[in-house]
Design a protein around this ligand. Structure first.
Ligand code: F6R
Length: 616
């Protein structure tokens, strides 16, 4: 939600910040803005629309500046328009801010400031914050850093902010609570970068500080970065990390869209995720964070999985995995419900939080709640150093690499990979899976990347099917067992990027309601692989056929029965039932991708969505 990019140093700030915003556009893209400081003069450009619209608006005039702050917005307070776009400037015109997050008590603060003579141009909570900072600064005649610190002790909510004072243009004050912010540091403190993630500055520096919650940093040309706790202003030693990210990872690499690139990266992403963990030659699965807490896992009474969206679907797959392979009872909860419903967490329960971004506000809040009740919390995250990765007791990273397309693809399959490794390891240690079964699983897992590669060859067939159904107003997705979450995920992918209404159901549930929707105009995607309750799914297919529904079936290579019944078949390689989601998901990702492209939808930045949902 919202992307921040800023630069302070000796280079031209404009291209750095504009390119940075474009890299961060996955976070929000309904409006954008930039402020440039040159010769003590402030130039502000803001527009509804994308960063490309902002670029057009700015043109090539007056872009000289060594200090710039930019913002790409996902609207929370106030509609997306030019005025509500960031940056925002205080009443005096001296202070400038960009903000990602929500100030929950902004209304009260706004009324108080109005009563004291302040006025507001926008509907945003951010403009309230910058004026509060200004009021405190004027009243106390203090430095900007002190005013920011004091103002932040008066607000509730979440924020990542960057603020500067035009009378002091070699300094930016940065702060964070609940929304991520990274600071890149150039050689000898000659330049600094501020951004929601490190992607805007990876070609300039590998040294970065990720602020923790409730921290404030002062960056000033020629000086070491200073970090303080917001609460009491105490000094914190900044943790300067070396970035592992490279430029190639965040570029499209010849694909038309990030989503397509990321779909095709799955063989490697899965391999990278199990590399060093799955050791077929030794016949073991090594996972430090599980090994170090093995007693907790083996004695767990229950695993509660908390997540949102696609990650929640990965959690559902994990429910089948842990119950089937390790015989540990599992509950899968929407983090947004879990956090507010006074959940019962017993001794011996383990919480697993799953999140690609590691920044999802609801998941983070669910983790905090579980921890406050004494639970042991394990994280499955993709983004190294993210809030969830830090907040959990321990965890395992998926090594999917940056996922830029808003619709999650490789994050999903790598989450399943991590969870599969865990379930197999625990199942074997608990004696639920014999050594020879375990050996088979390990051997098969090591073939999954090549089977995913093989599955990707269905691309052309899927594209042909997409052309037939691209104008369908609705679509049903059905699956049973391990393939039920796959059906849910397939439906989510279609609706989020093509705006076609789609529902996923357990295949047998169809007759309890959705069957009423089926007629000759309704495409039904059925996952009917050999080992997933095949005969029962075949019966469900018969039921759809009798009502003239159009059947698109994902089947195991060589299938003959469904081939005779379905309108279209998509064949995927055979694998063990527990691993089917890793393959069956791929054609569904491709189907939604092609349909969205054919409908001229913005595949990588679907309307109303954002990659990292850092607000409730
Ligand atoms: C869908 C999608 C979202 C996310 C959800 C959780 O394609 O990407 O549903 O899965 O917002 O995000 P993370 O995994 O970052 O917590």
């Amino acid at each position: 939600m919202c992307g921040i990019a800023g630069y302070l140093g000796y280079r031209k700030a404009y291209p750095i910040v504009i390119n940075g915003l474009q890299r961060l556009e996955y976070r929000g893209y309904d409006s954008a803005g930039i402020v440039l400081m040159n010769d003590n003069k402030l130039t502000l450009h803001k527009t509804k629309g994308k960063v490309s619209d902002l670029k057009e608006l700015v043109g090539q005039e007056n872009i000289e500046a060594n200090l710039a702050l930019g913002h790409t917005r996902w609207a929370t307070h106030g509609i997306p328009n030019d005025i509500n776009s960031h940056p925002h400037v205080s009443n005096s015109g001296n202070l400038v801010i960009v903000h990602n997050g929500i100030i929950e008590n902004y209304n009260t603060l706004k009324k108080e400031l109005l009563a004291r003579g302040y006025s507001f141009k926008s509907d945003t909570d951010t403009e309230v914050l910058i004026n509060l900072i200004e009021e405190i600064k004027t009243k106390n005649n203090c430095k900007l850093e002190k005013a920011v610190q004091l103002a932040l002790t008066n607000i509730f909510g979440a924020y990542a902010i960057a603020v500067f004072d035009i009378s002091n243009p070699d300094e930016i004050v940065v702060a964070r609570l609940g929304s991520p912010i990274a600071i890149g540091i150039g050689d000898n403190n000659s330049e600094f970068f501020v951004a929601s993630d490190a992607s805007p500055f990876i070609e300039y520096t590998k040294d970065a500080v990720y602020l923790d919650d409730e921290e404030l940093a002062i960056i000033k040309i020629g000086e070491d970065i200073r970090v303080h706790k917001i609460k009491d202003n105490s000094i914190v030693e900044p943790n300067i990390q070396e970035l592992q990210l490279n430029l190639e990872q965040i570029e499209k690499g010849g694909y038309d869209h990030f989503m397509l690139k990321e779909i095709h990266e799955q063989p490697n992403a899965i391999l990278d995720t199990y590399r060093g963990r799955l050791l077929p030659e030794k016949g073991i699965i090594k996972m430090g964070s599980v090994d170090n807490n093995i007693a907790k896992f083996l004695n767990a009474n229950r695993i509660i999985i908390v997540a949102c969206g696609t990650s929640w679907h990965a959690g559902l797959v994990a429910e089948y995995l842990f119950e089937d392979l390790a015989r540990i009872p599992v509950e899968v909860e929407y983090a947004s419900e879990f956090r507010y419903r006074n959940p019962i967490i017993n001794k011996g329960d383990i919480i697993i939080a799953i999140s690609q971004s590691g920044e999802t506000a609801d998941t983070l809040a669910a983790i905090k709640l579980a921890k406050s009740q004494g639970a042991f919390v394990f994280g499955v995250c993709n983004v190294v150093g993210s809030s969830i990765a830090r907040e959990t007791d321990t965890g395992a990273y998926t090594h999917a690499g940056p996922e830029i397309g808003v619709a999650s693809t490789k994050a999903f399959t790598t989450q399943i990979t991590v969870l599969t490794l865990m379930a197999l390891k625990l199942g074997n240690l608990k004696g639920e899976i014999s050594n020879s079964q375990f050996h088979n699983y390990i051997q098969e897992m090591s073939l999954i990347p090549s089977k995913v590669e093989e599955t990707l060859k269905v691309n052309n067939i899927v594209e042909e099917i997409a052309a037939i159904y691209k104008d369908a107003p609705n679509c049903l997705y059905l699956g049973r067992g391990y393939n039920f979450p796959v059906a849910l995920e397939g439906a989510l992918k279609l609706k989020e990027i093509s705006y076609i209404h789609a529902e996923g159901y357990p295949a047998a549930e169809m007759k309890h309601g959705p069957i009423a929707l089926i007629d000759e105009s309704m495409p039904v995607v059925v996952i009917a692989t050999k080992k997933g309750h095949y005969d029962k799914v075949v019966s469900n297919i018969q039921e759809i056929k009798s009502r003239k529904g159009k059947i698109i079936a994902v089947v195991t290579e060589g299938d003959t029965i469904v081939k005779d019944l379905a309108d279209h078949i998509i064949e995927i390689p055979e694998t063990l039932e527990a691993f089917t989601p890793l393959l069956a998901t791929i054609p569904l990702q491709l189907l939604s991708y092609h349909i969205a492209v054919m409908r001229n939808c913005n595949v990588d930045q679907p309307r109303n969505l954002a990659k990292s949902v850092t607000v409730e």
